[in-house]
Ligand binder design. Structure first.
Ligand SMILES: [Zn+2]
Length: 396
C-alpha cells in the first residue's frame, strides 16, 4: 500500500465518521449517549480502556478512553479533547442540519466545525495510535454540554483528579483553523430573580415592585462595570483588556397599573482574572443582601432575591512555558500564539495542572450558524497534526 493510498483512506474514514457523528442529534441538554457509545465502541475495538461520567439523570455522558503506551518513558500523556454537544438549529438551513452534505470542498452539518470535525479526526486516527509503539498514553476525552456553560467537563475533571490524572498535555480541538490559542477570558452567566409583592399602582407603598429593585440591581452592575475597568491588569493580553460585564435582559411586569411582583435579570461577565469574578460577585451580593433585600422586607417579609449561576467557565491563562503550545509549534512550525473571545473547556484542564492548548480544524466563523460547514482540507491538516503527535509518541 502506498502512502498516498493510506492517507486517502484515513481522510475518507474521517469524513465517514464525521458523517456518522453529525447524524447523532446531540443538542446541548439532550441525551448524547448514542454518540458516546459509538465512540466508545470504536476505541474499545482498538484495545482502549474507558470510563464514563454522567449528569444526575444519567442521560448525558462524558467519555474518557485511553490507549496505553506500550513502552515506559517520562513523556507526558496526551489528551485529545472535544465536546459532543452542538447548539440548536434555527430555520433557514439549505440542507438537513443532521445529515452531512458534501458540496465542493465543504462538508455541511450542525457540528461540522464545532466540533465534531475534530472528534472524527481523532477517531479516524485512533487505529494508527493503537498499532504504534507508543511510549506514552493517548487519551480521548469527549464531553457533554460544553455549549451551555461547560456543564459536562467539570464532572469529568473531578473523576480525573480522583484517578490521579493530573499531568499531561491537552489539545482542545475547537475550531481555530489549526492555529494555536493559548488564552481566553472566563465566561460567567447568571440570572437573578426578584420577588416582591403585587398591588395596585395607585398605592406603590403597599407593594414591593420587583421591577424597581431589579433596576437598582442593574444600576449597581453598571457601576461595578466601571470598577472592573479600573482593575485592568497591567499586562493584559485581551481585547478589551479589562473584565467586561453585560446585561442580557430584564423581564418583569404585566401592566401599567400593576406593581410587578416578579422580575428577573440575565447578565454575564467575562473576567480577565479570576479575582475580578470574585470581586464582582461579593460586591453585588453584599449590595443585594444588605441594601436591597432589607428594604424589600420592610414592606413584605417574604420578598426575595436569588442569584442563579447558569455557568462559570473559568478563563484560560497564557503560560509562557507551555508544553502543549511547544508540542504543537514543534509539529506545525507555527510559533504564533493567539487569544480568542470565545470560551472553552481549556481552563478546566489547566486548573488541575494539565498543560493545555486550543487548536482544531475549521473556523469559528462558521460555528453556531445556519449552514455550518467545515472545509475538508482542515480535516487533512488536523490528521497531519495527529500524525505528528504519533511520531512524537513512539520509541525512536
Ligand atoms: Zn465548541
Amino acid at each position: 500500500m502506498s502512502t498516498e493510498n493510506s492517507s486517502d483512506q484515513l481522510f475518507n474514514n474521517s469524513v465517514k465518521i464525521l458523517t456518522d457523528l453529525i447524524g447523532f442529534k446531540t443538542i446541548s441538554g439532550e441525551d448524547n449517549s448514542s454518540l458516546i457509545n459509538y465512540c466508545d465502541e470504536i476505541l474499545k475495538k482498538l484495545g482502549a480502556t474507558s470510563f464514563k461520567t454522567f449528569d444526575d439523570e444519567k442521560k448525558r455522558v462524558n467519555l474518557f478512553a485511553t490507549l496505553k503506551g506500550k513502552h515506559h518513558s517520562d513523556k507526558k500523556p496526551i489528551i485529545l479533547s472535544g465536546h459532543t454537544d452542538v447548539v440548536p438549529v434555527s430555520k433557514g438551513w439549505s440542507t438537513d442540519p443532521f445529515i452531512a452534505a458534501i458540496k465542493n470542498d465543504k462538508l455541511f452539518g450542525r457540528g461540522a466545525c464545532d466540533m465534531k470535525g475534530f472528534i472524527a479526526c481523532t477517531l479516524a486516527f485512533a487505529p494508527i495510535y493503537a498499532k504504534a509503539n507508543l511510549d506514552r498514553d493517548i487519551h480521548f476525552s469527549y464531553t457533554f454540554d460544553e455549549e451551555t456553560a461547560c456543564i459536562g467537563a467539570p464532572i469529568l475533571i473531578e473523576e480525573l483528579k480522583k484517578r490521579g490524572i493530573k499531568d499531561g498535555i491537552c489539545i482542545i480541538g475547537e475550531p481555530t483553523n489549526m492555529k494555536i490559542i493559548d488564552a481566553h477570558k472566563g465566561c460567567y452567566e447568571y440570572t437573578t430573580y426578584f420577588e416582591g409583592l403585587a398591588g395596585h399602582s395607585s398605592a406603590p407603598h403597599k407593594g414591593v415592585s420587583a421591577v424597581e429593585y431589579a433596576s437598582r440591581y442593574v444600576s449597581k452592575l453598571i457601576e461595578l462595570r466601571e470598577k472592573l475597568k479600573e482593575r485592568t491588569p497591567k499586562d493584559s493580553i485581551f481585547d478589551p483588556p479589562y473584565s467586561t460585564l453585560s446585561i442580557g435582559g430584564i423581564f418583569g411586569g404585566i401592566a401599567h397599573n400593576v406593581i410587578a411582583d416578579k422580575c428577573h435579570v440575565n447578565w454575564e461577565t467575562r473576567p480577565v482574572v479570576k479575582e475580578d469574578g470574585a470581586f464582582l460577585n461579593s460586591e453585588l451580593d453584599r449590595y443585594a443582601n444588605e441594601v436591597l433585600l432589607p428594604d424589600m422586607k420592610k414592606v413584605f417579609l417574604n420578598s426575595s432575591i436569588r442569584k442563579n449561576i447558569i455557568g462559570e467557565v473559568v478563563g484560560f491563562n497564557r503560560d509562557e512555558k507551555s508544553n502543549a503550545c511547544e508540542l504543537i509549534s514543534s509539529l506545525t512550525g507555527d510559533n504564533n500564539r493567539e487569544v480568542v473571545s470565545f470560551g472553552t473547556e481549556a481552563g478546566l484542564f489547566q486548573e488541575i495542572g494539565i498543560s493545555t492548548v486550543v487548536c482544531g480544524p475549521g473556523s469559528i466563523e462558521q460555528a453556531h450558524k445556519i449552514d455550518e460547514f467545515i472545509i475538508l482540507d482542515e480535516l487533512k491538516k488536523c490528521l497531519n497534526l495527529l500524525e505528528g503527535i504519533k511520531n512524537n509518541s513512539v520509541v525512536s
